[in-house]
Design a protein around this ligand. Structure first.
Ligand code: HEC
Ligand code: HEC
Length: 343
């Protein structure tokens, strides 16, 4: 075992160190939460590029935001930062981390129905979560962001799972989430930081490209309606595991029921619209149950896809999938003229 892994393992805890020692492993096990130390990188071209990627994630508004001096660099459509959602610049478990993410791409993406690269995924957030334009795939900003994500994925095997990726998955409610009750939770718990109108608190004033001390939750400078945070299951789990800011998944402070309801309230508020959302998830049987816009393969109304309960939708989708499989099996069965192989 290298000295570096010894050091990382020590930081990750004795149990992990034991696993690493016994296994003599080169790659960390998925349960080890290891965040490589960016300050230990040399100040060479690679080290500086990784740091630039970290800065783009932490201070997006100052480098590629809508208020930066150079109009050619105004890629993001809002003054938010990637790390407003990818907490700690992508280093927090269940705070939509980047740790291990490099190992997961290219992969089949159900939203596009295609195999997408990591650059495609970053641009998904550029155009939805940041309501802006895509970064040029081989430009210096995309290169730096991907270098940073690769750095945070050091030691992860291609395709290996990373525990803590995403936002977590708590049990769902058996009733629809209730935006009216959620508004009360918002007023009591969230408004002190995020503002009574969900507008957040700027670091300085509009126009100075200094972003937010507390980001907005809705309105013109928030994520658009095609963003992952605009889906209830994602928003509720993010809030439960990470809000009020400083909360971690180990000790959530908001009761699960409140998290579902307040997320429903936030996602029911006005925000920028992304045209063409009906083209997302071209295979409707793969469409996420909480996609808040149609068309759907099932007959449940849009409100149930927005607020749940989701279990009945999943059951209906499974039935439709089985029916499709049966139909396909029949069509390709021997003796069926239509399916005879052509010479
Ligand atoms: C408003 C919140 C928000 C902002 C801002 C945001 N993202 Fe995301 N991002 C998400 C969510 C939520 C997901 C999880 C995927 C989903 O459910 O759609 C995600 C997923 C990702 C992923 C894939 C993670 C994985 O596990 O595969 C990458 C990479 C990513 N974002 C990069 C970025 C970058 C780079 C920026 C800034 C340029 C950014 N995001 C800004 C919310 C955001
Ligand atoms: C103590 C202040 C505080 C409280 C209370 C708080 N937040 Fe946040 N919230 C923040 C900060 C700060 C961030 C950005 C984190 C960062 O940049 O590191 C954030 C980020 C978010 C985000 C992702 C970024 C965005 O703007 O979309 C959501 C969603 C969110 N909070 C929802 C909530 C909800 C819902 C509540 C109430 C249950 C809540 N927050 C309570 C301070 C707070």
């Amino acid at each position: 075992m290298t000295r570096r892994w010894m050091r990382l393992a020590r930081r990750a805890g004795a149990a992990t160190a034991l696993v690493l020692l016994l296994g003599g492993a080169d790659a960390p096990p998925p349960e080890a939460w290891i965040v490589p130390d960016i300050d230990a990188l040399p100040h060479d071209v690679w080290g500086e590029t990784v740091r630039h990627g970290r800065d783009l994630v932490a201070q997006t508004y100052a480098l590629i935001g809508p208020e930066v001096a150079d109009p050619a660099k105004r890629y993001a459509g809002s003054n938010m930062a990637c790390q407003n959602c990818h907490l700690g610049a992508g280093t927090r478990k269940y705070g939509v981390p980047y740790v291990g993410v490099f190992a997961g791409y290219p992969s089949y993406r159900i939203r596009s129905g295609r195999v997408g690269t990591l650059a495609d995924r970053v641009n998904g957030c550029m155009t939805r979560s940041l309501n802006g334009k895509p970064l040029p795939p081989d430009g210096p900003e995309m290169t730096a962001i991907i270098a940073y994500i690769k750095f945070l994925s050091t030691g992860r095997e291609i395709g290996a799972p990373t525990e803590g990726r995403g936002v977590g998955r708590m049990a769902e409610l058996s009733r629809p989430a209730d935006p009216v009750r959620g508004k009360q939770v918002f007023t009591q718990v969230c408004a002190a930081c995020h503002g009574a109108e969900g507008q957040g608190q700027r670091n300085g004033t509009a126009g100075d490209a200094r972003g937010y001390a507390v980001p907005p939750l809705w309105g013109p400078d928030s994520f658009n309606d095609g963003a992952g945070m605009n889906r209830l299951i994602t928003a509720a789990n993010f809030v439960h595991n990470n809000m009020p800011n400083g909360t971690t998944w180990e000790a959530p402070s908001l009761p699960a029921e409140d998290a579902w309801d307040v997320a429903a309230f936030v996602d029911s508020q006005p925000r920028p619209h992304r045209p063409g959302l009906e083209k997302d998830f071209p295979n409707r049987l793969e469409k996420l149950v909480d996609a808040p816009f149609g068309p759907y393969a099932d007959t449940f109304p849009e409100t149930q896809h927005k607020y749940g309960p989701f279990a009945p939708i999943r059951t209906a989708i499974n039935t439709l999938r089985q029916a499709e499989q049966t139909a396909r099996a029949k069509a390709t069965a021997p003796g069926n003229g239509a399916a005879q192989p052509k010479p």
